[in-house]
Every structure is written in structure tokens, then in C-alpha cells.
Ligand binder design. Structure first.
Ligand SMILES: Nc1ncnc2c1ncn2[C@@H]1O[C@H](COP(=O)(O)OP(=O)(O)O)[C@@H](O)[C@H]1O
Ligand SMILES: [Mg+2]
Length: 434
């Protein structure tokens, strides 16, 4: 494909005039159909360098005068041409040409512009109208490209938001799987134990049934009865049901407790994963903190010990799954900020109609330049795959939607503290915006 410079496409190949051609001739030539689109004709010297432009309106002015043609007609065109036409080199970009031309353009527009090659030799004419059309086309094209870029950007943003959700979901699943393992382990053990402990009971029951049959059967031999009696006695001793009762009770209670824990985790998981924006019942935020801690435990345990100081809180209306997401992100960030084994402190309290939650770590902290940008979407200092840079911007939005705010203080080398405050009366606002 031939690459045509943008201006080249505007080129109108108009035969140039020599300076000595008469004004009458020029006037006649301008009337020719191939020249209807141009406002002027170019005049060049013997080498083909542009000397000027003679415009339709100038000729019209002359011929409108009394005896205009007689007075001027035989004179050379060089006498009436504009000797300082707009000259643009063909390799100029469209934008630059537009800039040059608008800078020099006179209004009303009486002239076209002359297009020359690198040697400055005349190549053709361009018209302002063509240039405008080309610019308009270019702008429309750019707009299309920009619109497409915007759509792509939005799409990738949605994908990233999704991947941040998936990352916390993955974390949560790993955490919950781990938490499920403990009760599952001892429920399994207990069931095994119960099976072993109940086996002699079943054997005893069998023996006692056999003894009963014997007793009820008048034809049962003395020997058989004696044997059945002895067997039942032996198995009774072995099974020791009176001693077993307490153990069994304990085992059943433990197993029940384990199952209950599993059940709670499953319910918690369901709550946590509820990514809808359901504005919910009144919630004790300490429950959210505990549930986030359970879920984050797995990713924190090798990094830091957690200290909780949870004060009594009024219940507030909020979307617990969203608050959980915020807490999980703060806890994960704190754990990821640890250089050695550190300490994370989670506190909650309420004052002045607000619930406050602080998450403090003694990790690496942040210099000012980082601190200023942490709530920006996609800002992350973590390697690819570890950070999406969306956690805090999503958290910020969630807390803002709840009518609260999130603040942070940090000192490099000493640690960071995030403070969330949520209004106790946030419920109304949230319901209105939901
Ligand atoms: N507790 C913290 N200690 C130190 N730096 C933090 C802490 N929390 C957040 N940051 C900084 O803020 C950045 C943005 O955090 P975030 O929005 O959660 O995205 P991500 O964790 O995916 O990087 C992190 O990359 C990190 O530089
Ligand atoms: Mg994060």
C-alpha cells in the first residue's frame, strides 16, 4: 500500500500560470469547470517556484469596475496576484498545516494555499475547506479510538476489581478450609472412638438377647442357659456401660460442638462471600472483626500475632460482607507489611455516635509519597501477582458509602495504623443510597 502523506490527499493538481499571462486569460481559465472548486490560481516562476496566487475575488473586483477588462485585461497577472500566499510543504503533518494556515488565514477566505515539495517547487493547491474536512475526519477517528480505549479501560478495570475480589475470595477459601480442618479432625476422631466404644455394647446387647431367648425357651438346656448367662456377664464387664456413659456423653458433646463450629464457619463463609450490596440488619461489628480474623488467620499466622481489644459496640446497619472485605484487606496488608514476625493490634470502641475500628501493625510503614497515593485505584508497591492496588480504593469506597471515613497514619520502619469510623446512624443514609 502506498503511504500518502495526509496533506498529499488534499492536493488539487491545478496547472500553474506564468507571471506574464494576461489577466483576461486568467479570468477565462478560472471559469473552466475543472477549476470550480478552487478560489485562486497559482502563479509560478520559470523553475516552478510559487510566486503568488491570483484569487477569483480580485479578478471579480477588477471586472466589476467600469472598463475593468479594457484597463486591466492585457496586463500580466503578476500585477494583481497576492505575492505572499500561504505556502505549505507537502510533508507537513495535517495538524501542523492546519496550525500554520489558521495563523495566517485572512478572513473572508479569498485564497487557497500552495503545496510545495522539499525543494520548494509547486505541486498543487489545497483548499481550506478540504483541510477542515480532513481535520474533522481526523477528530472523528481519534474520538473513535479514544472511545474504544475508554471501553477497553473500563473492561480491564472491571476485570481487576473482579480479580481483587477473587484474590480475597481465594484467601478466604484457604483460610476457611484451614479452619474447617480442626473441628473436622476431631469430629472424625470422635466418631472413630464412638465406633470402638459402642462395639462391646452391641455385643453385650446380642448376648443379652440370646440369654433372654434362652430364658423364654422351656426347652433350653441347663448348659446352654449357664453359658448364655456367663457370656452376658463377661460382656457386661467388658463393656462396662456404667463407666462408658460419661465418656459417651462427653464424646457426643464434643462432636456436637465440632459440628456446630463447622456449621458456623459455613454460615460465616456464606455471609462473607455475599458480594451483593444487601443493606442489612443491625450488625455488631465485632462479629465482622472476628469473622475477618478467622478468615485471615491462615495468611497472618506466620507473619504476626494478633491482639484483639474489642469494646462493646452498638449494633449498626451495614453491609457486613463489604465491611468484612475492608477488614480482610486491612489485615492482609498489615501482614504483608511485616519484615520479620510482627504484631497486629485490632481495637474497636464507640464514641460520639460512632463506631471506631483500628488496625495497627508494626510493619515497614510508608514514606509520604506512598502514603499520599494508597487510596488511588491500581496503586500498589507489591510485585505483580501479589497486589492489585485495588484493596484500599475499594475499601475507601465501601466506607464512604456507609457514611464513614477511613484514616491512616504511618511511619517508615515503625508501622501503620488504619482507623475506620462508621456513624451509628449510617443506616438511613445507606438505605437511601442503596
Ligand atoms: N499496613 C500497611 N503497611 C505498609 N504499606 C501499606 C499498608 N497498607 C497498604 N500499604 C501500601 O498501600 C498500597 C496499596 O494497598 P492496596 O490498595 O491494598 O493494594 P495492594 O495490597 O494490592 O497493593 C500497598 O501496595 C502498600 O504499598
Ligand atoms: Mg491490599
Amino acid at each position: 500500500m502506498e503511504v500518502v502523506p495526509a496533506l498529499g490527499r488534499l492536493l488539487r493538481r491545478v496547472e500553474p500560470l506564468q507571471a506574464q499571462v494576461s489577466i483576461s486569460d486568467v479570468a477565462d481559465r478560472l471559469l473552466r469547470p475543472e477549476h470550480t472548486a478552487v478560489l485562486s490560481l497559482p502563479v509560478v516562476d520559470a523553475d516552478g517556484r510559487p510566486l503568488g496566487l491570483v484569487s477569483r475575488s480580485t479578478l471579480q473586483d477588477i471586472f466589476m469596475q467600469r472598463f475593468g477588462r479594457d484597463l486591466w485585461g492585457r496586463k500580466p497577472v503578476s500585477e494583481v496576484m497576492n505575492p505572499a500566499p500561504l505556502v505549505v510543504s507537502l510533508d507537513t503533518s495535517l495538524e501542523e498545516a492546519a496550525r500554520q494556515i489558521t495563523a495566517q488565514l485572512q478572513s473572508p477566505i479569498r485564497d487557497d494555499f500552495v503545496l510545495v515539495d522539499e525543494q520548494g517547487l509547486y505541486q498543487g493547491l489545497g483548499t481550506v475547506l478540504d483541510l477542515l474536512k480532513a481535520m474533522e475526519h481526523r477528530v472523528a477517528q481519534r474520538n473513535r479510538v479514544l472511545r474504544k480505549a475508554l471501553v477497553d479501560l473500563k473492561e480491564s478495570q472491571t476485570q481487576l476489581v473482579q480479580s481483587e475480589k477473587m484474590a480475597s475470595l481465594g484467601q478466604m477459601v484457604a483460610g476457611v478450609a484451614h479452619e474447617l480442618n480442626t473441628p473436622l479432625g476431631y469430629v472424625k476422631n470422635n466418631v472413630q472412638l464412638l465406633r470402638e466404644l459402642t462395639r462391646p455394647l452391641l455385643e453385650l446387647a446380642d448376648a443379652q438377647a440370646a440369654l433372654g431367648d434362652c430364658l423364654a425357651d422351656p426347652a433350653c438346656a441347663e448348659d446352654d442357659l449357664a453359658r448364655a448367662l456367663e457370656e452376658a456377664g463377661r460382656l457386661r464387664e467388658l463393656a462396662a456401660p456404667e463407666l462408658l456413659a460419661e465418656d459417651l456423653e462427653q464424646l457426643f458433646a464434643d462432636t456436637g460442638y465440632g459440628l456446630q463450629q463447622i456449621g458456623e464457619l459455613v454460615v460465616g463463609l456464606k455471609d462473607f462471600a455475599r458480594l451483593d450490596r444487601a443493606m442489612s440488619e443491625e450488625i455488631d461489628l465485632n462479629d465482622c472483626i472476628r469473622s475477618a480474623l478467622v478468615i485471615a488467620r491462615n495468611s497472618i499466622k506466620d507473619k504476626a500475632e494478633v491482639h484483639q481489644q474489642l469494646g462493646e459496640l452498638p449494633r449498626i446497619a451495614c453491609a457486613p460482607s463489604q465491611i468484612n472485605q475492608v477488614l480482610l484487606n486491612l489485615l492482609t496488608n498489615a501482614a504483608q507489611a511485616m519484615e520479620g514476625f510482627g504484631r497486629i493490634q485490632v481495637k474497636s470502641w464507640s464514641e460520639n455516635g460512632q463506631v471506631l475500628i483500628s488496625v495497627q501493625d508494626n510493619g515497614c510503614g510508608m514514606p509520604r509519597e506512598v502514603l499520599e497515593r494508597i487510596f488511588d485505584p491500581f496503586y500498589t508497591t507489591k510485585p505483580v501477582g501479589q497486589g492489585t492496588g485495588l484493596g484500599l480504593s475499594i475499601s475507601f469506597k465501601i466506607i464512604q458509602d456507609h457514611g464513614g471515613n477511613i484514616r491512616v497514619v504511618s511511619e517508615p520502619g515503625r508501622g501503620t495504623r488504619f482507623l475506620i469510623s462508621l456513624p451509628c446512624s449510617g443506616a438511613e443514609e445507606l438505605k437511601r443510597s442503596a
